[in-house]
Design a protein around this ligand. Structure first.
Ligand code: ADP
Ligand code: MG
Length: 353
């Protein structure tokens, strides 16, 4: 009797071990890679069965992102190969002179930027280049410009004077001195192109993090939604809420990514095109949507609009919005509440929009 029991036990143990080995061999492998692109670290994490295939997929995704980055970079100096490769540089060089034929992806970005300019009453404007140059966020020495200079630069900011010709696929800035800045468009657009490249390579699970632009494909390795932290703008490393995300994007614009302090004031790089100064009212805006392209554009646009208008516009456009206001409250659209876990540290100030 006793011997029989032992045999059964051994058999059960053996089967469990075989099953365990089976699960172990079938578990998805992870492949990760990181590159510095568009002024930020971009990381791509993918899961699948075959490591070599995953590596190839990620390489293809980065190649696509780099192509978009190079086409939209406005900083390479005149005379360099990078300058000639950049459609944005070519458009800016030809401001006041003539139309420039551009890559289809650049044209799509410009059309999308125009649409969101109109949808947000001008809060979003890619012709903000002259004002950005004054503040110098792209360079080493950002500083508060003279008010008169801001007024002069604002005279050159006007989306209506960016002429797009769909048939010829050309872009033209009508006035000399105007310049495009795709800083709030390119990252999201490139991220979505990267997702396409991954899908083409058969990848079903991925997480792309492009400096606060998060895009997930499918579910996480454990087949649960991915969990994304909403950062506390006031304390580095601190998280206010956790967002469950599946097959969509969560893009954050915040005043803590790129800024300098002067006279006790934080001057950051999200500019209200109506004033030429950094937008106040919000500390961070996260937009949750299917596509990282519109989510990127909207996170900047809604940041400029301020919390109340941002929630209203988000609802109107069918995206979810999470905001940390200048006075530290956490606001969000109702559609996100089942996917957002507000942590205790933020609970006392949580509120719904
Ligand atoms: P991050 O680059 O940190 O993700 P955003 O996506 O919000 O931040 O983009 C900010 C960038 O967008 C700025 O550096 C500038 O290039 C550009 N930008 C700033 N204000 C505006 C605006 N009102 N409309 C369009 N683009 C803007
Ligand atoms: Mg952005």
């Amino acid at each position: 009797m006793k011997n029989r029991a032992i045999v059964w036990l051994l058999l059960a143990g053996f089967l469990a071990a075989v099953f365990g080995l089976f699960l172990y061999l079938r578990r998805p492998v992870e492949y990760r890679s990181e590159q510095f692109l568009m002024d930020t670290f971009v990381s791509i994490r993918v899961y699948g069965r075959d490591r070599e295939k995953l590596r190839e997929a990620v390489t293809a995704a980065f190649t696509e992102m780099r192509r978009i980055a190079e086409l939209s970079n406005r900083f390479p100096p005149t005379g360099t190969a990078e300058h000639r490769t950049s459609d944005v540089c070519r458009i800016n060089d030809m401001a006041g002179v003539g139309a420039v034929r551009v890559d289809q992806d650049v044209f799509s970005m410009l059309e999308s930027a125009r649409a969101f300019h109109d949808l947000t009453g001008g809060a979003f404007d890619v012709t903000v280049g002259p004002v950005m140059d004054l503040w110098g966020f792209g360079g080493k020495k950002p500083h508060v410009p003279k008010a008169g200079n801001i007024q002069d630069a604002l005279a050159l900011v006007d989306n209506a004077r960016l002429i797009l010709d769909r048939k010829e696929r050309t872009a033209f800035l009508e006035k000399a001195g105007m310049s495009l800045d795709l800083g709030a468009v390119a990252k999201g657009y490139a991220t979505e192109r990267a997702v396409l490249a991954l899908k083409r390579s058969g990848v079903e699970k991925a997480l792309i993090d492009a400096g606060g632009n998060i895009r997930v494909l499918g579910k996480s390795a454990g087949n649960n939604p991915w969990r994304i932290g909403i950062k506390n703008p006031s304390r580095e490393g601190d998280i206010l809420a956790v967002l469950s995300l599946e097959d969509s994007a969560a893009v954050t614009s915040g005043d803590y990514y790129r800024y300098f302090e002067s006279g006790g004031i934080r001057w950051h790089h999200i500019i209200d095109p109506r004033t030429g100064y950094p937008a106040r009212g919000s500390r961070s805006v996260t937009v949750v949507a299917k596509d990282a392209g519109p989510a990127d554009v909207l996170s900047t646009a809604l940041f400029v609009l301020g919390p109340e208008k941002a929630l209203e516009t988000g609802k109107k456009l069918g995206v979810e919005v999470i905001i940390v206001t200048a006075d530290g409250r956490l606001l969000y659209t109702l559609g996100i509440r089942n996917r957002l876990e507000v942590l205790d540290s933020a609970r006392h100030r949580h509120d719904q929009g």
